[in-house]
Design a protein. Structure first.
Length: 58
């Protein structure tokens, strides 16, 4: 099974999103507000970078 470059890029961004959600969850659990803000911005950035790939597939 071979993956296209596009599939690998999307898979990488999905992994980044999963890791940002874990970072957000951890910061919520510890009450670390600056880390929470950073995690939310990181999640938003991942979504923004995925938008062109999602638009191309529609």
């Amino acid at each position: 099974m071979t993956f296209s470059d596009r599939q690998l890029i999307i898979a990488g961004w999905v992994l980044f999103i999963i890791s940002s959600l874990g970072f957000i969850w951890s910061s919520l659990k510890s009450g670390d507000i600056p880390s929470l803000v950073g995690g939310v911005f990181f999640l938003a950035a991942c979504i923004v970078f995925l938008i062109p790939y999602i638009r191309r597939s529609m």
